[in-house]
Design a binder for this molecule. Structure first.
Ligand code: PLP
Length: 338
């Protein structure tokens, strides 16, 4: 795949490492569990949005933008990283936050909210859960245009066919790393939310004929609507890339058993996974995405989904700053265990 034809900024001057998690593998009794450390990507505190922003910010700069606007949940990693990329590029950044859980926005909250302020966000508007975020973004863009500014809208999660190119690039990077280290991955597991990560990875894996199944663990939607979201974005992406054999819907795998009561709401499995990764590998997961996706991987291992000798790669998509906004939940459970 010739990704070089798309404009790109670079925010990570290295490949993120793939580590064999020997202690976790022992604890779970196999398969061999590896982790791709996209939590170590560039920009403030890393995470998957950095890869998407390399392509999105290049597009914004080409279009002469002076202000980036985007949206997300109240503890959005995407908003933090979009703001960080804007700072790097010398652009202003305005955020619209959706209060998906009523009463969950606290202007003085820790975690990503604290970082919005530290990184110098120009403005934050909070809207109720269920608001039409695209309309909100359009409205804000029009207001800025009336002031003579040049806004550029990045959709929630950076998940359009431009942002998802970042995860096509990630698929190519990990295929190269697998070859270099002589590791044949039997499965790859990723969190699946606004779907840019899932769509980019499956497009890169299928486009390179790897035949490695990609398991997406949903963090919010039920299986069918999530497959629909991933599939729609994947089609747009395959078109953008001019792929002669686009990814088929059958290749999109989603498990929805680990969402719990809803997006961002804690589950016992998430708390167990966050603690287990901290205490076996000293790796910080996050409570909203990777904690739930890792809970899914642990459960699938316990249910015998994999062979003991399989090599399974988990994509660590970042998000650890949100841990600091969930301290009570993670530590309460620790106290009750101890
Ligand atoms: C840490 C983290 N992991 C995973 C995801 C989900 O990625 P995507 O929205 O591309 O599905 C997000 C999205 O915000 C995230 O912040």
């Amino acid at each position: 795949m010739n990704l070089a034809r798309f404009s790109r900024r670079r925010y990570t001057p290295y490949k993120t490492p793939i580590e064999f998690m020997v202690n976790l593998t022992k604890k779970l009794g196999g398969p061999n569990v590896f982790i791709k450390r996209d939590d170590l990507l560039g920009l403030a505190a890393g995470g998957n949005k950095t890869r998407k922003l390399e392509f999105l910010m290049a597009d914004a700069l080409e279009k002469g933008a002076d202000t980036i606007i985007t949206c997300g949940a109240v503890q959005s990693n995407h908003c933090r990283l979009t703001l960080a990329a804007s700072v790097k590029e010398g652009l202003k950044c305005q955020l619209i936050l959706e209060e998906r859980v009523a009463g969950s926005y606290h202007p003085d909250a820790n975690g990503n909210n604290y970082l919005f302020r530290l990184l110098g966000v120009e403005s934050i508007k909070v809207v109720p859960g269920g608001s039409n975020m695209l309309e909100e973004l359009d409205k804000l863009a029009k207001e800025l245009e009336q002031q003579g500014r040049k806004p550029y809208i990045i959709p929630g999660g950076g998940s359009n066919e431009i942002g998802a190119l970042g995860y096509v690039a990630c698929a190519e990077e990990l295929i190269e790393q697998a070859f270099e280290s002589g590791t044949n991955f039997d499965y790859i597991v990723t969190p699946s939310g606004s779907a840019g990560t899932h769509a980019g990875l499956i497009t890169g894996l299928v486009g390179n004929n790897t035949n490695i199944p990609l398991i997406g663990i949903s963090v919010s939607r039920k299986k069918e609507p999530q497959i629909e979201v991933v599939s729609n974005l994947t089609l747009k992406l395959c078109n953008k890339l001019g792929m002669s054999h686009p990814v088929s819907k059958k290749e999109i795998i989603v498990y929805d058993d680990y969402v719990g009561a809803g997006y961002s709401l804690p589950t016992d499995g998430m708390v167990e996974a966050v603690q287990m990764l901290a205490r076996t590998e000293a790796i910080l997961m996050d409570p909203v995405y990777t904690g739930k996706a890792m809970a899914g991987l642990i459960d699938l291992i316990r249910k015998g989904h994999f062979n003991k000798n399989d090599n399974v790669l988990f994509i660590h998509t970042g998000g650890s700053p949100a841990l600091y906004a969930y301290m009570d939940i993670i530590l309460e459970s620790q106290n009750s265990q101890g």
